[in-house]
Design a binder for this molecule. Structure first.
Ligand code: C2G
Length: 137
């Protein structure tokens, strides 16, 4: 059974890994859409590392079977069909979000919100780097 998930995965961290490993455990194949730089900008999502680097990290993970670049703002139905996904997984910070609820039951897909790992985020990491980096004089 194929599990599909998406993410920006900027400054990859163990909260991301936690999510991906639990997602993988729901089935026997995990496919991950990595959000393109263009789509990040369209969604006003801050990111520091370019998509090709973020994609390379995801592809290298033992728990990931396949990864691709999410080129459109929203392509969930197309991807569910493309990969015959049984589960669409995302952290529960997205719980109830229309972009997920709208595909509930689409071609039999089950939406699974997994508990977000507390205390870590790409934003926090960016802030830590900023705080530790002396201002350029
Ligand atoms: N995540 C988590 N725990 C954290 C941080 C992130 O479980 N401490 C999860 C998020 O809920 C998401 C995944 O890890 O499911 C990737 O996180 P982000 O890269 O921040 O994903 P985001 O930019 O929210 O993109 O359409 C869905 C979006 O594309 C997800």
């Amino acid at each position: 059974m194929t599990v599909l998930t998406y993410g920006t995965f900027d400054h990859f961290h163990w909260g991301h890994l936690n999510l991906l490993e639990r997602a993988r455990a729901l089935g026997n194949r995990l496919v991950v859409g990595v959000v393109s730089d263009q789509v990040c900008s369209e969604k006003n999502r801050t990111f520091s590392t370019p998509c090709e680097e973020r994609l390379a990290v995801i592809k290298a993970l033992r728990c990931v079977d396949e990864a691709f670049v999410q080129l459109e703002l929203d392509q969930k139905e197309k991807d569910i069909d493309r990969f015959s996904a049984r589960y669409l997984v995302v952290g529960d910070d997205w719980k109830g979000h229309p972009r997920f609820e709208q595909v509930r039951g689409y071609h039999g897909v089950e939406i699974v919100y997994l508990e977000r790992t507390p205390g870590i985020s790409s934003t926090l990491i960016r802030q830590r780097i900023k705080d530790q980096t002396p201002m350029q004089t």
